[in-house]
Design a protein around this ligand. Structure first.
Ligand SMILES: [Cu+2]
Length: 137
C-alpha cells in the first residue's frame, strides 16, 4: 500500500489507526463546550508529527462550528491578546501543544446540540488529521 493510500485509509478509519503509522497524532484533546448564550469556545490538544518530514497545518474545520482559527495568546506591554496563526508548521518528530495561555483553537459559531465535536486539520486540501472528543461542560 502506498503512503498516500495508507494516509487515506487512516483518515477514513480514524479509530483503527490512530497510533503507529499516522503521520500526525493528537493527544490530550480538550474541547470546551460554549457557555450558555455564547457561541464561541476554545480547544486544546497536543499534536505530534511522527513522520520524517515537516507537516504544515494550513486550516482547521469542524462540522459543529462555523469557523475554527488557530490562535496564539501573547503578552504585549503587559496586556494579553490573541493573534491568528495563518498556518502552523510542525517539524519532523516535533510536538506542538495547544494549551491555555498559549496556542489554542478558537471555535466560533457553535451550531447546536451535539455532545461531541470533530476537529479536522488540513494541509491545503488534504485532510491530515481528524479527531473527535466529547465537549467539556
Ligand atoms: Cu483565540
Amino acid at each position: 500500500m502506498s503512503r498516500a493510500a495508507t494516509l487515506l485509509a487512516c483518515t477514513l478509519l480514524l479509530t483503527a489507526c490512530s497510533t503507529n503509522d499516522a503521520p500526525l497524532v493528537a493527544e490530550d484533546v480538550v474541547i470546551n463546550a460554549p457557555r450558555p448564550a455564547m457561541r464561541m469556545s476554545a480547544g486544546y490538544l497536543t499534536l505530534s508529527n511522527k513522520s520524517d518530514a515537516a507537516i504544515t497545518i494550513t486550516g482547521v474545520t469542524s462540522p459543529e462550528f462555523a469557523a475554527v482559527e488557530m490562535h496564539e495568546s501573547i503578552l504585549e506591554n503587559g496586556v494579553s491578546r490573541m493573534i491568528e496563526l495563518g498556518e502552523l508548521s510542525i517539524g519532523a518528530g516535533a510536538t506542538v501543544a495547544f494549551e491555555p495561555g498559549g496556542k489554542h483553537l478558537m471555535l466560533m459559531g457553535y451550531r447546536g446540540e451535539s455532545d461531541t465535536a470533530t476537529l479536522q486539520f488540513y494541509t491545503g486540501d488534504t485532510l491530515v488529521l481528524s479527531v473527535t472528543a466529547a465537549l467539556v461542560r
